[in-house]
Design a protein around this ligand. Structure first.
Ligand SMILES: Cc1cc2nc3c(=O)[nH]c(=O)nc-3n(C[C@H](O)[C@H](O)[C@H](O)COP(=O)(O)OP(=O)(O)OC[C@H]3O[C@@H](n4cnc5c(N)ncnc54)[C@H](O)[C@@H]3O)c2cc1C
Length: 405
């Protein structure tokens, strides 16, 4: 078996792993990032780059080049309840460099970060290399066993970071306990065509017990249709024409495009929503970050951005320690101490929204009355900065504290 040695091995080149790898390498740490796929080209899995992440790109001096990549800018959040339209969020007043959400395919984002990271001599990205197990010496994690097209490889490291997503293999092997917060709904993702004159916006729609979110993507609408947990089989059994009829009821100005766009259930992707978090994010030699530490609900589109915040916090706390040797458990626990509170607050908001707003709406099969808060946000524009701040900047935003070496 091939054997490699590095200071920090990171499993998973998603937003968390790639950003953490880049930041550590930029601070002079030898990092090896493993990605099981051959490229970053995956179907839609979250393209909402929030002001908090754009701020990190600015602090890294990457923002100008980053914004040269094709993207769409969203400055307001909108809600339609029945026929009434409400503006409920305004990003243009945020105290950040970018006062908008950038919608960009996640593979472009990851490709960009990989390009920047590969310029650093101590950054190593091994594609098509899947972390399969932890190397253990007594209780201490000393690296990972991985599989690559050239055979098995062991990668020894003073620190192993599990950033391998919400179905994390390493978290499964770690024995760390998971707290499942539950989610009463799943999401069907689909695309509808854009036509000239469409609003370049983010619109949530509520009508007759149906919930639909439309995200403007320049040449198509990325749409989320919310269904009760496990309900996709029932929808498929009811047939495509029934499903299209339901979509047409809720798609508003895009209703006339449903028949031409949705001709097969293959064009509809199921996201099984999970909300969970680890009780402990670390054990000796191992730290979990991003979805591997906490799978988020899609409410608010915060998953990528929280993963990036974890990466920044982990690098801020651990880079100097890694330059001198392997971090101890108490060092790794500082990352959890820093990031657990923001995660808990956002998850509490998501769980409250899904249990008290979404689930009752999906089961009631009627259009609810607009909540008082929604009416207030629509009436007083200055109020709209607060939900935008909560979603766009998060709680306890991270900043790059590491000098470039
Ligand atoms: C359909 C869908 C829609 C979403 N919509 C949004 C949204 O609109 N906005 C938002 O912010 N978030 C959204 N999310 C969530 C968001 O994608 C995640 O929260 C975010 O990507 C988490 O980043 P991560 O780096 O922790 O994990 P991931 O992005 O899951 O990255 C993990 C990486 O590890 C790799 N990997 C997995 N196992 C291994 C292994 N054993 N060895 C090596 N590599 C491995 C994977 O291939 C992947 O590249 C969505 C997710 C899904 C599935």
């Amino acid at each position: 078996m091939e054997s490699l040695s590095t200071t920090c091995v990171i499993a998973g080149a998603g937003p968390a792993g790639m950003m953490c790898g880049y930041l550590l390498a930029r601070a002079g740490v030898d990092v090896t990032v493993l990605e099981k796929h051959a490229d970053f080209l995956r179907d839609f899995r979250g393209d909402t780059v929030h002001p908090s992440t754009l701020q990190i790109m600015y602090e890294l001096g990457l923002l100008e080049d980053f914004l040269k990549l094709p993207h769409t800018r969203i400055t307001t959040g909108n809600l339609e309840i029945g026929d009434a339209h409400f503006v409920i969020g305004d990003f243009s007043r945020l105290p950040t460099q970018c006062k908008f959400i950038a919608l960009m395919p996640q593979w472009d984002f990851l490709d960009f970060l990989a390009r920047q990271a590969r310029k650093l001599p101590n950054f190593h990205l091994l594609m098509q290399t899947e972390a399969r197990n932890l190397i253990l010496r007594d209780d201490l994690v000393c690296g990972v066993l991985a599989a690559s097209p050239d055979g098995d490889v062991e990668i020894k490291a003073g620190l192993t970071i599990a950033a391998d997503g919400r179905h994390s293999t390493l978290r499964g092997k770690s024995g760390l306990g998971v707290l499942d917060l539950g989610a009463p709904f799943d999401v069907l993702w689909l695309r509808l065509p854009v036509k000239p004159g469409d609003p370049a916006d983010l619109i949530g729609k509520v009508r007759d017990g149906q919930l639909f979110v439309m995200i403007y993507r320049t040449d198509y609408w990325q749409c989320a249709y919310l269904i009760p947990k496990g309900g996709f089989d029932i929808i498929k059994a009811d047939g495509l024409s029934e499903f299209r009829a339901r979509l047409k009821q809720i798609a508003g100005f895009a209703a006339g495009r449903v028949d031409e766009a949705i001709t097969d259930f293959d064009q509809v992707r199921l996201l099984t929503v999970t909300v969970d978090r680890l009780e402990k994010w670390a054990r000796p030699g191992l730290l979990c970050i991003g979805d591997a530490a906490h799978a988020m609900s899609p409410i608010g589109g915060v998953g990528i951005n929280l993963a990036i915040q974890d990466a920044v916090a982990a690098a801020n706390i651990l880079a100097l320690i890694l330059q001198k040797g392997a971090p101890g458990l108490h060092d790794l626990e500082k990352v959890q101490a820093r990031r657990e509170f923001p995660t808990k607050v956002i998850q509490a908001f998501q769980v409250a929204a899904q249990n008290f707003l979404l689930a009752p709406t999906l089961t009631a099969m009627r259009t609810p009355k607009p909540p008082l808060l929604v009416k207030a946000l629509n009436r007083w524009p200055w109020l709209r900065q607060f939900p935008a701040r909560f979603i766009g900047m998060g709680v306890r935003p991270e900043h790059v504290r590491l000098p470039k070496r």
